[in-house]
Each structure stands twice: as C-alpha cells, then as structure tokens.
Design a protein around this ligand. Structure first.
Ligand SMILES: [Zn+2]
Length: 213
C-alpha cells in the first residue's frame, strides 16, 4: 500500500514537472526563440562572402532562393549560393549586409500585426502575402520602400545632398543605406534629416561632413 502511494505521488510529481516544463517551452517558443543569426561576412578578393547564409535562411524559414534574390537586388549585383555560403560579386560592408537582412526580416518574416515571426509567404493570385500563423492576419508583402534611398548609380565626392538617417552604427554615427552604398553621418540620429557633403568614398563606404544649410 505504502509503495503504491509512493508511486502515485511520483507520477503526480512528474506530471506536474512535465506540465511546468511544457509551459516554459511554449513561452520560450512564442517570444524568445526567434533570433536571426548575426551575419558573418568577409571580403574575399573581388567578392563578398556571407558565410552563414543557409543558417540565416533556415532560421527565418524562407527559401534560400528568395532571400538570395532579395540580397542581390538590394546590393545591385550578381552572385551565387555556394553550399552554406552566399557569394556576392563586389566588395560590400558587413554592416550593409546586416541592414539588408534586417530589412528582409521586417518585410518578409515578421507579422506587422502581432510582431511574431510565425509566418508564411503565400501567393494569392499574383500578390505575395505574408500570412501569420500566430494571429491569422495577412498582408501584402511590403514593396521596396522609402527606407532605401533612391539608388544613385555612382556617388561622387564633393556632392551635397539631403539624407534621412536610418539607423545608428556601433560607433554611434548615423547610418544611411543608399543602393550599394552605406553612408555614415556623425552626430545624427535615426529619423533626422540632414544636409551632408560627401567627403570621401571608399568602396561602398561613404564618409560625410555636414553641409551648411
Ligand atoms: Zn500575427
């Protein structure tokens, strides 16, 4: 009798544990599991290699071809998928690639209603929709938007232009992504509109100074 009682207690305890554990995993799944791996990229000769391309695609649960097409379009270059890596023709800043992956996730992965990544891309007639399994909403996939400044084919040193800061670099400078270029503006915050003069261009990196209004 005593033994039986003990067994029951143990079962009960284990069930409780299981329950508690499944509650924890459920919570983790919906809120914390979604972390896009940091892009690992480097320049190799005349190309830029995104080393963990396939890992990123599988984490955001999107087709490799789809992600690749997006990146090539944003970088305005050609390239190929090579095993787990993606190779882009041209030398690109890693910051630029990171920003592009962030845009991809915002446009093609995250539900704009509930903010969750539990979504799928579905085709409705010819329109691509982002359907959310978490909240059931769906929206047309956002078109390339104003966040990307109009692409100037070739920027030139000395040019004066108005730009809107999009994000902040690790060093605290304002960052503007512009076609295949990435521009740094000192003492400027995201959303701020500033008039700048291009002081130096090095590959895809554009250094600026403030221009007088
Ligand atoms: Zn949703």
């Amino acid at each position: 009798m005593a033994l039986l009682y003990y067994t029951t207690m143990t079962d009960e305890y284990e069930n409780l544990l299981k329950q508690a554990y499944s509650n924890i995993t459920e919570k983790t799944e919906s809120s914390e599991r979604f972390i896009v791996p940091e892009a690992k990229a480097y320049v190799e000769g005349k190309t830029t290699v995104l080393e963990n391309f396939s890992e990123i695609a599988s984490k955001v649960r999107r087709d490799q071809e789809h992600l690749m097409k997006f990146l090539l379009g944003e970088l305005g270059t050609s390239g190929k998928i090579d095993g787990n890596r993606a190779i882009f023709n041209g030398k690109f800043e890693i910051t630029l690639i990171k920003m592009m992956i962030k845009s991809y996730v915002e446009d093609y992965v995250i539900c704009s209603e509930c903010g969750k990544p539990d979504t799928r891309l579905v085709k409705d007639d010819r329109v691509m929709l982002l359907r959310c399994d978490a909240c059931g909403s769906h929206r047309p996939v956002r078109k390339r938007k104003a966040r990307t400044e109009p692409v100037s084919e070739n920027l030139e040193e000395g040019t004066i232009m108005d730009v809107e800061i999009q994000s902040t670099s690790k060093r605290g400078d304002g960052v503007v992504k512009m076609g295949r270029y990435i521009m740094y503006v000192a003492n400027a915050k995201p959303g701020q509109k500033v008039k700048i003069k291009i002081s130096r261009i090095s590959g895809s990196i554009v250094f600026t100074e403030r221009a007088e209004e």
